[in-house]
Design a protein around this ligand. Structure first.
Ligand SMILES: N[C@@H](CCC[C@H](N)C(=O)O)C(=O)O
Length: 353
C-alpha cells in the first residue's frame, strides 16, 4: 500500500494550443514510483513514452492468470484484450505494439463497448508502438467510436497494462504493478484560453472563460471552460444558485444546441459540481462520446481548476465521483495538476469481431 502512495506519473507542459494530438513520456522512475508521464511536443495521437526503468520488478496480481495472454495472437476475427477500470470508468486494453494501425476499426470499437451486445466499456485503448523516440503510444476510442485527445483514467489503466505486458515478457518494468492501488499522474498544465479550449464563449480574465453565462432552455448557467487536452465545461449551478449534480441536467445541457454553438467541437463534456467544502467536491459527468460515466479523470482535474478560478475551493481537493474519489492537486509551484486514483485489471478475454 505504501508503494501506491508513492506512485508518481508526471506530464510535461502542455502544447501551446489544443491539437488533436497529445504526447506523454514516461520517465524519472524511482524504486517506489509507478512511472512518470511527460507530454512532449509531438503531433499525432496520444503518445506515451516509457524511458526509465525501475529498480522494482512488476509482479502480476496473483488472482489473475495472464500466462498465455502474450501468446494469443489475433487469428482472423478474434481480438484478445484485458479489461481494466479506474473508478468504474472502464476500458478494453489491446496489445497493439506490433502495428501502427489500431487492430480494430472505430466501428468495431463501438460494438465491443456496447454493454448488451459487446464486452461493455467506456472506451478501447491501444498500446501502440512508440513514435519520435517514445517507447509506447496510447490511442483511445470512445464507446461511440470517436477518438478523443486524452483520457485521465485511461492513462492510469494504460500504465498498468504496459507494466503487465513488460512483466510477461520478462522485462524489468518501470512500473510496480502488484498492489499498486493508487497511481499518481502529472496531468500537465490546464489550457484556459478560450480559443485553445476551444470555446466560442467570450473569455474574461487572461482570456480564460470563467463563470461565463450560458443560456439553455431559458435557464442561465454559470460555466467555466477548461481543457486538459480535451475540452470540459464545468458548472457549479445557475445564476440563481447551486444545483444538485444530476446526470439528467448534465445530459440536457450537453445536448442543448446552445452549448454546441459555444464550443467549436461538435460536443463537449459537462461537469456538474457540488461544493461540499473547500477541499471536497462532488461531480457528475456527461462525457463526449461516452455519455454518463462513473468517473472522468480529466474532468476531475478540470473541475478543481474551475473551482480554484472561481474562488470556491483550495488547490488540493478530493473529488467524489459516482465510482469513487480522486485526489486532485493543482500545484502553485509548477502550475501542473496531479491526479491520484486507482487502476485495476478485471479480466482477460477474447472477442469475436
Ligand atoms: N470521453 C472523453 C475521453 C475520456 C475521458 C476520460 N473518461 C477521463 O478519465 O479523462 C473525451 O471525448 O474527451
Amino acid at each position: 500500500m505504501e508503494i501506491a502512495a508513492a506512485s508518481t506519473v508526471s506530464v510535461a507542459p502542455q502544447l501551446p494550443r489544443l491539437t488533436n494530438a497529445f504526447s506523454r513520456k514516461l520517465g524519472s522512475v524511482s524504486s517506489l514510483s509507478f512511472g512518470s508521464l511527460k507530454r512532449n511536443d509531438c503531433l499525432g495521437n496520444a503518445k506515451l513514452r516509457v524511458s526509465a526503468s525501475s529498480s522494482v520488478d512488476v509482479i502480476t496480481a496473483d488472482k489473475i492468470s495472464p500466462a498465455s495472454f502474450l501468446d494469443k495472437r489475433e487469428t482472423g476475427g478474434v481480438l484478445h484484450f484485458v479489461k481494466y477500470h479506474g473508478l468504474g470508468n472502464d476500458f478494453i486494453l489491446v496489445d497493439n505494439r506490433d502495428s501502427s494501425e489500431p487492430k480494430i476499426t472505430q466501428e468495431q470499437a463501438a460494438k465491443l463497448c456496447d454493454r448488451n451486445f459487446g464486452v461493455g466499456a467506456d472506451g478501447v485503448i491501444f498500446a501502440m508502438p512508440g513514435v519520435n523516440g517514445t517507447d509506447y503510444t496510447m490511442r483511445i476510442f470512445n464507446s461511440d467510436g470517436s477518438e478523443p485527445e486524452i483520457c485521465g483514467n485511461g492513462v492510469r489503466c494504460f500504465a498498468r497494462f504496459i507494466a503487465e505486458l513488460e512483466n510477461l515478457q520478462g522485462k524489468r518494468s518501470c512500473f510496480t504493478a502488484l498492489w499498486v492501488v493508487q497511481v499518481k499522474v502529472d496531468m500537465g498544465i490546464p489550457i484556459l484560453k478560450a480559443q485553445d479550449v476551444p470555446t466560442k464563449l467570450p473569455g474574461n480574465k487572461g482570456e480564460a472563460v470563467i463563470q461565463a453565462e450560458l443560456v439553455v432552455d431559458g435557464v442561465s448557467w454559470n460555466v467555466t471552460c477548461v481543457s486538459m487536452g480535451n475540452p470540459h465545461c464545468v458548472t457549479f449551478g445557475t445564476k440563481g444558485g447551486p444545483v444538485q449534480p444530476e446526470i439528467e441536467s448534465c445530459q440536457r445541457l450537453v445536448q442543448s444546441s446552445s452549448i454546441m454553438k459555444c464550443f467549436q467541437l461538435e460536443l463537449t463534456q459537462v461537469k456538474f459540481v457540488e461544493v461540499l467544502s473547500r477541499s471536497h467536491l462532488k461531480m457528475r459527468v456527461w462525457e463526449r462520446g461516452a455519455g454518463a460515466t462513473l468517473a472522468c479523470g480529466t474532468g476531475a482535474c478540470a473541475l478543481v481548476v474551475a473551482a480554484v478560478l472561481e474562488g470556491r475551493a483550495n488547490r488540493k481537493c478530493t473529488v467524489d465521483l459516482p465510482g469513487g474519489p480522486l485526489e486532485i492537486e493543482w500545484k502553485q509551484e509548477d502550475n501542473h495538476i496531479y491526479m491520484t486514483g486507482p487502476a485495476e485489471a478485471v479480466f482477460y478475454g477474447s472477442a469475436l469481431l
